[in-house]
Design a binder for this molecule. Structure first.
Ligand code: FES
Ligand SMILES: [Fe+2]
Length: 352
């Protein structure tokens, strides 16, 4: 479980969290990262440890240095380019001292900002300074502004957090509030066809479960949904009618081996009923995530004894796929070759 995947893009923050001229510290894959937005409006991510004497750069300030946006360390004023991490200035140097600021660099993470979210590329090689691969494509298209965002830190490994998220069998037990899945609903046979997709899979477009009251009420008859998963930890669900679109993107980013940040970003368009309901949807979304979080905490009291776990068909097949995808990702990196999706199209059945 201690194998966090690298050479991939991870969710870092929402665009709204990055205020111009401000920065803050966040842990990502065991690294302290200063996330910010420079005075030219560009997002940046640097390792939050000054290469001089380890003070967090996030405690400094953003300054322009000869026309280049830099972060100034609060201890001795060294300045690092927001976009390349290269040291642009060592204020204490006098003529003739042989240090070249430009040879010192703090690790910088490539960023990609679109649709109101900021991703960072976490390379396996900390000194990587090349062109990162293209960022993941979720199909958000015209949905440029999140309607709301909720997040929670789970006291869980990335693997356990992901497996918990994609597990359909817990829904009738954990999320059984009256407006979503009242206990009186009863279980039904679910049969869904899965297809491999880029670094993951999708449940092909289908009618949503007839027992989710909320969808029925909000969207009426002709609703279809599609659910997708992609490494390292993205799950998105599109609910669509010929007119309206609701898009929920869940991003998991490990803070470290034992802690995982879950961010749920919700978008929609042409759904006036949702606009009216926004004040209810936000606490409802939080409650969903809290229900999962409480189950994670309970699970930890068992995991403390390192039990082995059981994976059964068909309900845990997605969990097995996730682990399979991870193994293939790691292997393809080791062997320096293209990733080959190991998943075969399949129809899975379960009661939930
Ligand atoms: S510790 Fe950052 S400049 Fe000295
Ligand atoms: Fe859940």
């Amino acid at each position: 479980m201690s194998d966090l995947l690298r050479d991939l893009w991870y969710f870092a923050a929402t665009s709204a969290e990055l205020k111009r001229g401000k920065m803050f510290r966040r842990e990502i894959l065991g690294e302290p990262v200063v996330l910010g937005r420079d005075d030219e409006g560009r997002a940046f991510a640097l390792r939050d440890i000054c290469p001089h004497r380890a003070v967090p750069l996030s405690a400094g300030r953003i300054e322009s240095t000869n026309g280049v946006q830099t972060v100034e360390c609060p201890y001795h004023g060294w300045r690092f380019g927001t976009q390349d991490g290269i040291c642009k200035q060592i204020p204490s140097l006098v003529d003739g001292q042989p240090y070249e600021a430009g040879r010192i660099r703090v690790r910088n993470f490539a960023t990609h900002e679109a649709n109101g979210i900021v991703l960072v590329f976490v390379s396996a090689d900390a000194r990587f300074a090349g062109e990162p691969p293209p960022p993941p494509e979720f199909g958000l298209k015209e949905l440029s502004e999140p309607k709301f965002v909720i997040h929670r830190i789970f006291a869980a490994t990335m693997d356990n957090a992901i497996v918990g998220l994609m597990d359909p069998a817990h829904v009738p037990y954990v999320h059984n509030q009256w407006w979503w899945r009242p206990p009186s609903t009863g279980k039904k046979l679910k049969e869904k066809s899965f297809v491999p997709r880029e670094r993951g899979w999708a449940i092909e477009r289908h009618q949503p479960a007839s027992n989710s009251l909320a969808y029925k009420w909000l969207f009426g008859g002709q609703v279809t949904t599609e659910i997708s998963f992609m490494l390292p930890g993205y799950r998105w669900e599109v609910v669509e009618t010929p007119k309206a679109r609701l898009f929920t993107l869940t991003c998991l980013t490990p803070e470290n081996e034992g802690s995982t940040r879950i961010t749920q970003i919700t978008y929609w368009r042409d759904a006036p009923l949702l606009d009216v309901m926004k004040p209810i949807l936000i606490p409802a979304g939080r409650e969903f995530l809290d229900q999962d979080g409480r189950m994670v905490d309970l699970q930890n009291s068992g995991l403390a004894y390192s039990p082995s776990m059981l994976w059964i068909d068909d309900i845990d097949v997605q969990a097995k796929w996730y682990l399979k995808l991870k193994r293939e990702w790691t292997k393809s990196r080791e062997e320096g070759r293209e990733f080959v999706n190991p998943i075969e199209p399949a129809t899975l059945k379960w009661m939930s």
